[in-house]
Design a protein around this ligand. Structure first.
Ligand SMILES: O=C(O)C(=O)C[C@H](O)[C@H](O)COP(=O)(O)O
Ligand code: SF4
Length: 607
């Protein structure tokens, strides 16, 4: 094993010893030697299977039949989740072949960040993750189940499902992907048309034509944003079938993988002699494997919060120093938009997760000795699935990349480090993803222009006031202020200015999308402005220095002068706290912890 990976893993184990011990004690107490539904009364049970067909009802009366609870995030809003509409029927049919039953335990809400990007709904997005975790608990609290299947792909949904699932970590668990849509208009061309629209050089009709040529059918969007990062991270944590994340929906292989996922959940139960509870799969080594997967592929910055929150749900405490230390030794092996021109289908064709796992295992950057849904050993994941006639089989993945413009071996990486930097300095702590930022843009020192709302920046751009070097400080965007929205709508404006030769950067206590890229952005800055963070004391004209390479974020103002300043009042936030349901989330804004602790409502802040 690489010494840094070993050291980071050991310090996480040491840091988590007490909380992990409490979690495991809770999980073992929840384990039932027999089927869980045997603890229910006759009345409970009768309600639980009243709507089942006779065959299923009979099976559920017996104690040897496995009942699989499905938690589904199906809806028609997310192109990535639309394929889940008919998964329950496929799952039920597959488990009946093994004499078992499957029921939809419950549904969870799912927000499409693409639909809400730049809209009021985006201010509910991050909180929807924790709402999904609670909704997962509502579903599984029927306690009719011996195993669980989770149907979710996108941004906050997989982290939320996994956080909820970990409260039921005593259950054998399989996550079921649905796959990416086929490639459409290249993401880089989409971004170019967006910048032309931002400059007023093309109209809405051209923009809509471009967008709908990029997002054109069922399946996950093909950029490497949070959704596809989720898929890759969860697969390398051993919770998907090997090589199943990026198989396109509506294909025979996809359907075969869905059926096998369902049967795998049945086989991994106590009744079938291979009891593999979720709490055994998600341990410190699996979390580190998830971090390495994120870093080796330039994955979404949202995981600097999601993986923290998921780990906490398993009793494991990680922080941004773990990300930073691993990033320093994990090479960047994939260039998928926004980190390159390729999309996720090209990644899959180049060798996909099988090649990535092979390379990272060989370099000692992944823990092999882990539990997975396939049994012990991450080396199960150097294989890729295919159909031999109608038979689903696995074969070793390619030993060399089939497209080195997309996927590289450890010996010749795109970059020696994972491209995620933690920032420190007198403005607070934040993160910056440099894998998508050209080297010449990784150090920006320029006067601040301060915005208390992202629309103010867009309006200033349209008035022609931003044609210069500057650092946009967009503050009062934090989780406690307005729910920490993604500010991805600013990308075309800032990208246009960068292309015009200006040195621009963004500093915010908000987020960016995993699909954001080329503009240097110091994000997730905490303490947030609305909680006394230094961003509240920055003024127009202050010189800000963002040095991504050195991991520094500073305002170059005399320390005593800066400390003597009063905080900006941030009244703008008031109009973001009601309307479109935002008034319902006031308790969550009041309870949420800081970005480095996962921006979650569940875990008491330690900062
Ligand atoms: O990856 C993430 O974290 C995202 O939130 C991606 C969002 O779905 C984008 O908003 C969709 O990309 P655009 O079409 O460029 O807006
Ligand atoms: S990847 Fe993002 S934009 Fe695409 S369906 Fe999922 S949430 Fe929506």
């Amino acid at each position: 094993m690489h010494p840094t990976v070993e050291q980071v893993t050991q310090r996480i184990i040491d840091r988590s010893r007490s909380s992990r011990g409490d979690y495991l004690q809770r999980m073992k107490a929840a384990e039932e030697k027999g089927v869980h539904r045997s603890r229910l009364s006759c009345g409970n049970l009768a309600h639980g299977f009243a709507a089942c067909g006779q065959g299923d009802k009979q099976a559920l009366k017996l104690t040897n039949a496995v009942n699989v609870g499905m938690v589904t995030a199906y809806n028609d809003m997310l192109s990535a989740h639309q394929p889940y509409e008919h998964y329950p029927e496929q799952v039920r049919e597959a488990v009946r072949e093994l004499g078992s039953v499957a029921q939809v335990a419950g549904g969870v809400p799912a927000m499409c960040d693409g639909v809400t990007q730049g809209q009021p709904g985006m201010e509910l997005s991050l909180f929807s993750r924790d709402v999904i975790a609670m909704s997962t608990a509502v579903a599984l609290s029927h306690n009719m189940f011996d195993a669980a299947l989770y149907l979710g792909v996108c941004d906050k949904i997989v982290p939320g499902l996994l956080m909820g699932a970990l409260s039921f970590g005593h259950l054998p668990t399989v996550f079921v992907p649905a796959g990416p849509m086929p490639s459409g208009l290249p993401n880089k061309e989409k971004a170019r048309i967006r910048q032309l629209y931002a400059e007023g050089k093309v109209g809405r009709d051209a923009l809509l034509e471009c967008e709908s040529s990029s997002y054109h059918s069922a399946g996950t969007c093909t950029f490497y944003g949070t959704a596809n990062t989720n898929q890759l991270v969860v697969e390398l944590m051993g919770l998907h079938l090997p090589g199943s994340s990026f198989v396109n929906p509506g294909t025979p292989l996809r359907e075969a993988l869905t059926r096998e996922s369902a049967q795998r959940a049945v086989r991994n139960t106590a009744q079938n002699g291979r009891f593999t509870p979720l709490y055994e799969v998600v341990d410190e080594k699996a979390i580190v494997n998830g971090l390495v997967a994120l870093l080796a592929t330039g994955g979404s910055t949202n995981h600097t919060m999601h993986l923290v929150a998921v780990a906490r749900a398993a009793g494991i405490v990680i922080n941004w120093d773990d990300f930073s230390d691993l990033s320093a030794v994990v090479p960047l092996l994939a260039r998928i938009y926004p980190n390159g021109e390729a999309d996720i289908n090209h990644f899959q064709a180049a060798g996909g997760t099988a090649f990535l796992v092979r390379e990272l295992l060989a370099a000692g950057l992944l823990h092999e000795d882990v539990a997975t849904i396939m049994g012990r050993g991450l080396s199960h994941y150097t294989r890729e699935p295919f159909l031999d006639g109608k038979q689903l089989v696995w074969r070793e993945g390619p030993e060399t990349s089939l497209d080195e413009a997309v996927l590289r071996p450890v010996a010749e990486p795109f970059s020696q480090d994972g491209g995620l930097k933690v920032l420190g300095g007198n403005l607070g702590r934040g993160v910056v993803k440099i894998s998508a930022v050209a080297p010449e843009h990784r150090l920006v020192e320029a006067p601040a222009i301060v915005f208390d709302d992202q629309d103010q920046l867009a309006e200033a751009f349209k008035r022609g006031e931003l044609e210069r070097d500057f650092v946009a400080v967009v503050r009062f965007q934090g989780p406690g202020a307005i729910g920490m929205p993604e500010l991805h709508k600013l990308t075309p404006y800032l990208g246009t200015l960068q292309d015009r030769g200006f040195k621009v950067a963004l500093v915010t206590d908000g987020r960016m999308s995993g699909a954001s890229g080329k503009v240097p952005a110091a994000i997730h800055v905490w303490p947030e402005a609305s909680k006394g963070g230094a961003l509240a004391r920055v003024r127009d004209g202050d010189i800000i220095r963002l040095d991504a390479g050195a991991g520094r974020l500073e305002v170059l103002v005399d320390e005593a002068q800066f400390a003597a300043r009063s905080d900006a009042c941030g009244d703008e936030v008031l109009r973001h706290q009601a309307g479109m349901g935002r008034e319902l989330f006031a308790p969550l804004r009041g309870q949420v912890n800081c970005a480095e602790e996962g921006a979650s409502i569940f875990f008491a802040t330690e900062s």
